[in-house]
Design a protein around this ligand. Structure first.
Ligand code: SF4
Length: 707
């Protein structure tokens, strides 16, 4: 029996896990790693059930081509040959990849290098687009870089924590626990929850604002205008470290009006609203923590910037216990961003329009003499990518560790696109998913507890995930599969890695290569280059940047008021609030909210294996306000159907006053593999934020009826 330190594969908290491997080679127990700075020994119910979700049953164990089991040799050569043929016939940009925040950074790195660097296509995006793309875009517009300024300790050191669009108690439970304990220790600490639903996170709230969905930007514009009116702006900070306050204030005043007007627009109590404004303005140590409720919107980026504006205007950033803190959904959403896993990114936090970046990356990857060279500009973002497949423009798609047939909006459209796509390659752990019937080539991949690599959590902390069990059957690691295909395609030299430590080393070297761009300098982990296999194996959690100036990592960003913009100043942006694009109508009069439940993860391929996790909510459901239920003729626990322009969802109704009148909530987890007609994505239209490309998953328009 021995213990292995690794990291939980679920949410963006990124908790450290001590896993016990028994004499018989199985993983017999898990407990929280007391030395890991994300959780200090805590685990939530999902993390503590990790060892109950393993085993060969239900795993993909053999490669398949056109429905037939084949050897790896055949699978790799057919994959390479078909990709090469389609590229030759239709051009480099006819091939695409769709990745996942479940992949490890090393997997992401080689996939990005292959597609953008060597196949010459920019069309590589990730399911992180569905989770935090608006937060990324908001940070970039304000700070010049996708850089989370805070860390988890800030949540404990704050005098005020404002949760916006985040049910932390269910979706990031260990952080919720940390805030709860900090609040018990510090009676002066306050927590505010801004959310259309009364959630379990309200248990620690001193103030709750049951906001009208989509009105967040009005609320934060109102806060900015109120701070100015009450002389609560930090004029010294604004003068020294920012640009754009006048325009931001003018837009805020235009949209906000009086407290009563803002309260009416947000449908919240005016007195409570003013209390929030007073608390925010009178404390320096304020963290605003926001998540999918803000991001998954057609104006998500603007909402993020409306929040950031208030922090910059009050100088509440770069200090202990202060800052606008986006909390990511997936375990490695940030690691994917680091290597360039979003279609608008190139590599190492550099975009296509980052001055000098394209040449720098091309020199580093030695693609200067390669035809084609790196693409010139961004590729299709997730929803656009599947539209391009539907148009016949993209001919080959490689999906890794995710299930767009379930998770993307308007799933019927996605499925029709996949049906039409001449080549669909799927790398996957689970043997039964809604995506696999569309795959021409199926490649069995290793999973958590089997693979080695790194992940980066929401506070920029890089941690090791460690392999401790052999992959089942013939499953291989994603980085190996990608590199083997690359070699077959003729790029043997550039993909000749023998261990993930070599990929991590290259990734770390690229982050500091020539030290040429400001965004690159901010994300510089060159201090982690040259670790070798032993150093990589022994790597302990560390927050980027990690370089000669910060060899032990960096707890907090922007402490000196210097940002990653060309002039070093942060930007306040003028925000004009916009409501949801999915309009309510007579036919579809209810606002649909979607989200996770406490004990499940994504499409349940892992968590559904644990009976105790399934006990929490054993089946899909529709949460509905008593008045809406009565109007539709629906009783508690009776079967009901939600209809939208794009499809239907059938489940049992749970009548609850935690829902606002006129709004319903459904979980995102159930797939056709578990329950026919209970896919939340069937109800969401293909509408995106114009800046971030993030779909408007929190704002469907539906009708409710008895089944
Ligand atoms: Fe895993 Fe997140 Fe739970 Fe931590 S809080 S144990 S990372 S699911």
């Amino acid at each position: 029996m021995h213990q292995v330190k690794t990291t939980c594969p679920y949410c963006g908290v990124g908790c450290g896990v001590n896993a016990t491997v028994a004499e018989n080679g199985t993983l017999s127990a898990v407990e929280g790693d007391r030395e890991h700075p994300a959780n200090f020994g805590r685990l939530c119910v999902k993390g503590s059930a990790l060892h109950e979700t393993l085993g060969e049953q239900g795993r993909l164990i053999k490669p398949r081509v056109d429905g037939e089991e084949v050897s790896w040799e055949q699978a790799l050569s057919v994959t390479a040959e078909r990709l090469n043929t389609l590229r030759a016939e239709h051009g480099n940009q006819s091939v695409a990849a769709y990745l996942s925040g479940q992949l490890l950074t090393e997997d992401y790195y080689v996939a990005n290098k292959l597609f953008k660097g060597f196949l010459g296509t920019p069309h590589l995006d990730t399911n992180s687009r569905l989770c935090m793309a608006s937060a990324v875009a908001g940070y970039k517009r304000a700070f010049g870089a996708d850089a989370v300024p805070c860390n988890y300790e800030d949540l404990e050191e704050a005098e005020l924590v404002v949760l916006v669009g985040s049910n932390l108690a269910w979706n990031h439970p260990v952080l919720y626990q940390r805030i709860k304990v900090a609040k018990e220790r510090n009676p002066l600490m306050r927590v505010v929850v801004i959310d259309p639903r009364v959630t379990d996170s309200c248990e620690i709230a001193d103030l709750y604002l049951g906001i009208k969905p989509g009105s967040d930007a009005v609320l934060f514009n109102g806060l900015l205008a109120w701070m100015a009116a009450k002389n609560k702006l930090d004029t010294v900070y604004l003068e020294r470290h920012t640009q754009g306050v006048d325009d931001a204030l003018s837009a805020a005043r235009q949209s906000a009006g009086s407290i009563a007007e803002v309260a009416a627009a947000c449908e919240v109590d005016a007195e409570r609203l003013e209390t929030l404004y007073y608390w925010f303005a009178s404390q320096l140590h304020v963290v605003t923590l926001y998540s999918q409720g803000v991001n998954q919107s057609s104006s998500g980026t603007d909402k993020c910037n409306a929040i950031i504006n208030c922090h910059l205007a009050g100088g509440k950033i770069g200090l202990p216990g202060a800052g606008p803190f986006s909390i990511t959904g997936q375990p490695n959403a940030m690691g994917g961003r680091e290597v360039g896993g979003l279609a608008n990114q190139l590599a190492a936090h550099m975009d296509y329009d980052t001055p000098g970046a394209r040449d720098l990356v091309s020199r580093f990857w030695a693609t200067d003499n390669l035809v084609p060279r790196l693409p010139n500009g961004p590729g299709y973002k997730a929803v656009e990518l599947f539209d391009a497949i539907a148009r016949g423009e993209i001919k080959a798609l490689w999906v890794m560790a995710t299930n767009p047939a379930i998770s993307l909006p308007d799933a019927a459209h996605v499925r029709a696109a996949l049906e039409k796509c001449p080549l669909v390659i799927v790398s996957e752990c689970a043997a039964n998913t809604d995506l696999l019937p569309y795959a021409d080539i199926v490649l069995p991949a290793s999973g958590w507890s089997e693979k080695d690599g790194t992940v980066t959590n929401s506070e920029r902390c890089i941690s090791r995930q460690r392999g401790m069990l052999p992959p089942p059957g013939e499953a291989r690691h994603d980085w190996q599969i990608i590199c083997d295909v690359a070699k077959q395609m003729g790029f043997a030299e550039a993909f000749d890695y023998t261990h993930p430590s070599e990929i991590f080393d290259e990734h770390a070297r690229l982050s500091g290569f020539e030290n040429a761009t400001t965004t690159q300098r901010l994300f510089d982990i060159s201090g982690l280059a040259g670790l070798g296999r032993d150093g990589y194996d022994a790597l302990t959690p560390i927050q980027w940047p990690v370089n000669a100036q910060a060899p032990n990592g960096t707890a907090r960003l922007f402490v000196d008021g210097q940002f990653a913009t060309p002039d070093g100043r942060a930007r306040l942006l003028p925000i004009t609030p916009r409501g949801p694009e999915q309009r309510l109508s007579q036919a579809y009069p209810l606002r649909l909210n979607t989200g996770r439940i406490r004990d499940q993860w994504h499409t349940m391929t892992r968590t559904a294996r644990s009976p105790r996790l399934m006990n929490h909510r054993a089946e899909p459901f529709i949460d509905v306000h008593p008045d809406d239920a009565a109007e539709a003729g629906i009783k508690d626990q009776s079967l009901a159907v939600l209809s939208a322009a794009t499809g239907q969802y059938r489940a049992r109704a749970r009548v609850s006053k935690a829902q606002r009148r006129g709004e319903v909530f459904v979980p995102i987890h159930w797939t056709d593999c578990f329950s026919q007609n209970a896919r939340s994505s069937a109800l969401i239209q293909r509408i995106m934020d114009p800046v971030s490309g993030q779909p408007e998953a929190k704002h469907g328009a539906v009708a409710l009826a008895p089944l």
